[in-house]
Design a protein around this ligand. Sequence first.
Ligand code: CAA
Length: 395
Amino acid sequence: MDFKLTEEQLAVREAARDFAQNVLKPGVIERDSKMQYPTEQVKEMGELGFLGMMVDPQYGGGGMDTISYVLAMEELSKVDSSCSVIVSVNNSLVAWGIETFGSEDQKAKYLPKIASGETIGSFCLSEPEAGSDATSQQTTAVDMGDHYILNGTKNWITSGGTSKIHLVVAQTNKELGHRGINVLIVESDWDGVVVGAKEDKLGIRASDTHTIMYNDVKVPKENRIGDEGFGFKFAMKTLNGGRIGIAAQALGIAAGAYELAVAYSHERKTFGKPINQHQAIAFKIAKMATDIEAARMLVYRAAWLKDQHMDYGTAAAMAKFYASEVAMNATIEAVQIHGGYGFVKEYHVERLMRDAKITQIYEGTSEIQQLVISRDIIKNGNLYVPVMDGNMENV
Ligand code: CAA
């Protein structure tokens, strides 16, 4: 097997690393403390091409592969997951969803704005009563002939306060269950769109997470993505790719904490020698390194499968499930290695530990990932998941 990255992929990783270390790092502690949205940094990420990495250049994107996207996510997340979640949702949920399943008019109208960062997109699936159980949508889109009337409330929407383009999941025909669900492109300045208060969160505090209400919003039929009733499939297929982005975020958080912990272990001395000369610390480092490398293999493999147009849903679920667990464990250990210093903001690892937690929750909790994986094994009899023989089912 060839594990070598291409020149282009290495250049993307270098650019992301440089941006994260030199532009994101200086203000990251302050933005986190003050819950300050990274306006300038998002603008710069748009200019550098991080917001539309995989979008076709004809729509203003970078035309890159999923591996490059994952490498960038990893580097950005080593430093600032408030920024990387904006990159992830914009790239893999919003832009990829419109580009893969949208009409030519939708692509021409919305993709250039999203890819350049002129506006950020939001993916509006979760509701007060429909998080993991995504088919239980209460938001309704009533068919009025040439338009829908949209009503409902969406919760925990990433970039909810700043995004101007929302992909809203809504029920049109309850009797049809998940086949009665549509996804509509809604613009935030349309009548009836109301953005609620910003959430005060444990982690990714500089990203803006909001409740959004839709009150009798008139949405033209041409803003429905795909055929009538395709909405749930759209959400699931889009989330398969989204989960690769969040898995890469988790990997980056773990690797960022690990790098800080190793550096600190050389500097800090106890009992007359650097703490990494004590086996208690050396073994922690060995375990972190091994776990992170295993997570990296799963994440890169899921991205590679997607690039090969092979079935990657289960691979993405495995990558997210495992990498988010590694992120949680590695950040806890990084705080432990730092001792008292790890508990204060200045040393970064406490923030990474707080940021790690969300990777086990959003875009499908760890429990949902295990549901997806186990169903594939038990229901489909797919013992050696994912198949690597060119199954094209999951674009
Ligand atoms: N890929 C492709 N298709 C899928 C799929 C997947 N991963 N999962 C389900 N489907 C398809 C099924 O094949 C089925 O299609 P058919 O009826 O044609 O066979 C259909 O969708 C319904 O699936 P199920 O019968 O399995 O539905 P279910 O209700 O039993 O379970 C679920 C579905 C997997 C639990 C799903 O509800 C789920 O993934 N829930 C988690 C939702 C989630 O990830 N939310 C995150 C919020 S978004 C977010 O966090 C964004 C942000 O801002 C950061």
